[in-house]
Design a protein around this ligand. Structure first.
Ligand code: FAD
Ligand code: MG
Length: 281
């Protein structure tokens, strides 16, 4: 059992939890993730670690309320316990001195980018962070990015209520147009954002890696549900990734596969909301 030692609702959609998991905290590296199961009847959901504290033996995650499981997780309070926290899963992000690295986070991809950007900065890279949200109320991690990761930080909102109006890709194009010498791009966010980034950077020959959030069940390479096509070859995002060369990803297939269970997911959320009437929005 893993106690939730701290919980903070960041906004209507996103919540940060700090969970006791000393063995995971000891080993987990930027870019890796964990799989949690809340209780015996719970499904397994993958979440990327956001921060860790080896002394306290805790890891932190930021999750966005999407469907049944994340709504349920959001009802857990400080002192409640999660049945399983399994990890570290996946391969760690490669952290080397590249020069200038642009880290791009879209929505809940921003907390996933955070530990990677921080590690890249710590080994001496010039780190430019571009972080995009739909609207002002959903902006998270700005202070942390500013303090720990970014030599330069750009926040964008789709509706222009905060930071620059537009998409993360608009800022990226601006940086390229201004002649910024970019040695590497690391991006995490909605598949469509990562696809557009891959298109832009391929044209400019900028090495680009993306972390793919395909559907994972066991996350140990057995079930195959997270399979993705990389350079024409079948790979498993859970064990071969989640990070891949953006220019080799078949994004069309990825976008199709992540909506595979939409009907069942909607039904599960409806049923759950009926059973827990009044508990959540
Ligand atoms: P559902 O209604 O079941 O699904 C909503 C949508 O979430 C689906 O359409 C699908 O796109 C996705 N999804 C559903 N089940 C899974 C699954 N088993 N695995 C992956 N995606 C699924 N989300 C965060 O908010 N924060 C994170 O740090 C984070 N890290 C992730 C890291 C990895 C490696 C992966 C693969 C996913 C990550 N996700 C993260 C996505 C998160 O796992 C899903 O949002 C969550 O499983 C949705 O569960 P649900 O029952 O609430 O929603
Ligand atoms: Mg689900």
């Amino acid at each position: 059992m893993h106690e939730i030692v701290e919980k903070e609702r960041l906004n209507e959609e996103m919540t940060r939890i700090e969970v006791k998991a000393p063995l995971v905290a000891d080993k987990i590296k930027p870019g890796q993730f964990i799989v949690i199961r809340m209780h015996e009847k719970g499904e397994r959901i993958p979440l990327t670690f956001y921060k860790k504290d080896e002394d306290k033996g805790t890891i932190q995650m930021i999750f966005q309320k999407m469907g049944k499981s994340t709504h349920e997780l959001d009802t857990y309070e400080e002192g409640d316990e999660i049945l399983d926290v399994v990890g570290p899963m996946g391969t760690a992000a490669e952290i080397e001195e590249y020069g200038t690295v642009v880290c791009i986070g879209g929505g809940v991809g921003t907390p996933e980018v955070f530990p990677v950007a921080k590690a890249l900065r710590n080994v001496g890279n010039e780190v430019i962070v571009i972080s995009g949200f739909r609207t002002e109320d959903l902006v998270v991690c700005e202070n942390e990015l500013d303090k720990d990761c970014a030599n330069e930080l750009y926040i964008t909102t789709d509706d222009g209520t905060y930071g620059r109006e537009g998409f993360t890709t608009d800022v990226l194009e601006e940086l390229i147009d201004q002649g910024t010498d970019i040695d590497l791009i690391h991006a995490v966010g909605p598949p469509i954002m990562m696809k557009v980034i891959a298109g832009i950077t391929e044209e400019h020959d900028i090495p680009t890696r993306v972390s793919l959030n395909s559907i994972m069940l066991d996350a140990t390479g057995m079930c195959g549900s997270c399979r993705v096509e990389i350079d024409g070859e079948m790979k498993l995002a859970c064990v071969d990734g989640p990070e891949f060369d953006a220019h080799k990803v078949n994004f069309e297939e990825l976008m199709e596969r992540i909506t595979m269970f939409e009907e069942q997911e909607e039904e599960a959320l409806e049923n759950w909301k009926e059973e827990h009437e009044g508990c959540c929005g």
